[in-house]
Design a protein around this ligand. Structure first.
Ligand code: ACM
Length: 580
């Protein structure tokens, strides 16, 4: 049982005896851990039927104030001497103590405690009679990275609030702590914005969707839509916070904006031409124009985002902005020339810098895909390196924090094997083992810059996941493998026994009602013979990435800016230097 915790703790030492939960067991905590205690009691009570009363009802201080557990008690407490997010879990026959460096650490300790119990502990009502035994143990544990995330694309296919809350529960059960919500894209705008109601009136639905990979040009003829009201978002953010998951919002700008342009054509480069929410997968050529009014639109939207999401990081996307419209637009070219910018990459960089400055004025940090490095970006952003390790290295050298998530290691929409039975197989093969072996710190990053890698995330794009069962199939069990890759220390010795841990973990996923991909491959009803994919080979993708990331790696010498681009941060234009 002890060898079966996932993610694997830093150290686990068996101790004699067991603790058995029973009618006399109490569950108490210090005030700082009260929220974690409430959630633990809820989980344990519904599956075991035990009341687990508080030994000090009325909110009195937890006896011992630290790790001391009274006989027959489970005691939760914060001990600031432990690392942030870290915890110590001690199970003895007379009691269980969970201490964490902070409430998040206590929460992580309770997740390990649950994993020590039979999987039925995850059921929402009582299906097993027990006994609910915890083996004697001392665990000392702490996360390797502070950013342990997952992107959920709710733009391509909308995921209702209940599905997002369930996903948060699953992240928390895996000790993951960032939910990157991709809220807007060409195919849908999913966030209510009070100032711009048409974003959801028009932008939140499309008349049909593609079936399978876009190369096959097939459509389903079925409307798709949905969006989150601002109260929905408050609920998601609050629910996630109770589980120590930060929701990082992303409004993708200035590309991936066809749904916004459909709602407000004046945001586009050719207001005369009608634009609809995209029904096609792939990158739209429709992008925002670079007028003052459009920048104001972006700022106003971000103001409502900042109001709703307390996250320090606010995502502005920045990926895959097709610059063709800017090259053809006299207005965009005028603006580029006025600003003294050499090319459209620098024009995007200028656009992104305005948003960076706006967010900084509200105490927030800009978070974007690695394309935001193209054309230069002042230090201080957080860059999601998705096009391989090279942009991660370039970002760190340019003074940015890095969240590693390159597609070949962390894209959960990519096919899980090379079998033709994989449902809608796209991308390169990414097996569970590949995800477990993901190393977020590139070997080529100088030691002095390694602290810049603040963590990693896996990304779940949903073009080909049009319902929760398909999301489960793509996410699990790879998300569990990812959780271990970002939690446990590096090195092969910490990967030892992963397959056994995973086999045990699948029983927990069963109890949680997760429809994961079985190790032997998809079940008949998980296949999609009706929808063809577009598998890719690794060598082809690597060659494409080398071509695509050229602009990130190309040194740029700063040039004098126009006065329109000066300000608290704008003057500090700094390029990604490959070798400085
Ligand atoms: C991305 O996959 N376009 C970030």
């Amino acid at each position: 049982m002890l060898s079966r915790l996932l993610p694997r703790p830093v150290t686990t030492e068996e101790r004699p005896g067991v603790f058995v939960l029973g009618p006399a067991t109490t569950l108490g905590s210090d005030p700082a851990s009260a929220g974690v205690t409430r959630l633990l009691r809820e989980t344990l009570t519904r599956s075991t039927g035990l009341a687990l009363p508080d030994p000090c009802p009325g909110g009195g201080a937890h006896n011992g104030g630290g790790a001391a557990a009274g006989a027959g008690s489970i005691a939760l407490a914060v001990d600031p001497a432990l690392p942030a997010g870290g915890y110590h879990l001690r199970v003895r026959p007379d009691g269980v103590a969970v201490t964490g460096g902070d409430p998040a650490g206590v929460h992580h300790g309770t997740q390990s405690l649950l994993q020590l119990l039979p999987p039925a502990v995850y059921r929402r009502s009582r299906v097993a009679a027990g006994p609910w035994r915890l083996p004697g143990v001392e665990i000392s544990d702490a996360p390797r990275f502070g950013w342990r995330g997952c992107l959920l694309d709710v733009a391509r296919h909308f995921i209702p609030v209940a599905g997002v809350l369930r996903f948060v529960d699953l992240l928390a059960a895996h000790k993951l702590n960032v939910l990157h919500l991709h809220l807007t894209d060409d195919q849908g705008w999913r966030l209510q914005v009070r100032r711009y109601p048409r974003l959801t009136e028009v932008g939140a639905w499309r008349p049909e969707s593609m079936v399978g990979a876009r190369q096959h040009e097939r459509f389903d003829g079925r409307p798709h839509g949905g969006y989150y009201t601002q109260d929905d978002i408050r609920e998601i953010v609050g629910y996630a916070a109770e589980r120590f998951v930060t929701v990082v919002p992303e409004i993708d700008l200035p590309g991936h904006t066809q749904a916004a342009i459909a709602a407000y054509p004046e945001l586009g480069n050719d207001p005369g031409e009608p634009v609809a929410v995209s029904t096609r997968w792939g990158i739209s050529s429709r992008v925002l124009n670079v007028s003052d009014e459009t920048l104001d639109f972006a700022r106003h939207v971000l103001d409502e985002v900042v109001e709703l999401f307390p996250s320090r990081h606010v995502g502005i996307g920045g990926d895959e902005c097709d610059k063709g419209e800017w090259r053809a637009s006299p207005a965009a070219q005028r603006r580029r020339q006025e600003l003294g910018l050499r090319d459209e990459d620098e024009l995007q960089s200028w656009f992104v810098r305005q948003l960076q400055r706006h967010l900084a004025g509200r105490g927030r940090a800009l978070f974007g895909w690695d394309e935001i490095l193209e054309g230069g970006l002042p230090a201080g952003a957080t860059v999601a390196a998705w096009r391989g390790p090279a942009p991660a290295v370039a970002a760190a050298r340019a003074g940015h924090d890095v969240v590693s998530c390159w597609d070949s290691s962390a894209y959960l929409d990519y096919r899980q094997s090379d079998s033709p039975d994989e449902p809608i197989p796209v991308g390169t093969v990414l097996t569970v083992a590949d995800v477990r072996n993901f190393e977020p710190v590139p070997a080529e990053l100088p030691v002095a810059l390694r602290h810049r890698v603040v963590g990693a995330q896996c990304n779940l794009w949903t073009e080909h996941a049009d319902n929760p069962r398909a999301v489960d199939y793509l996410a699990f069990p790879r998300l569990a493998a990812f959780a271990e890759a970002v939690w446990s220390p590096p090195g092969p010795e910490h990967r030892d026994g992963f397959e056994e841990r995973l086999a045990a973990h699948l029983r927990r996923l069963d109890a949680l009602g997760v429809e994961y991909r079985p190790p032997a491959g998809p079940l008949p009803w998980q296949r999609r013979p009706d929808a063809a994919g577009w598998p890719r080979q690794r060598a082809d993708r690597d060659a494409e990435l080398a071509r695509l990331t050229g602009n990130v790696l190309r040194p740029r010498t700063p040039e004098p800016r126009s006065t329109r681009d000066t300000g608290p941060q704008g003057a500090g234009h700094r390029a990604a230097q490959p070798d400085s």
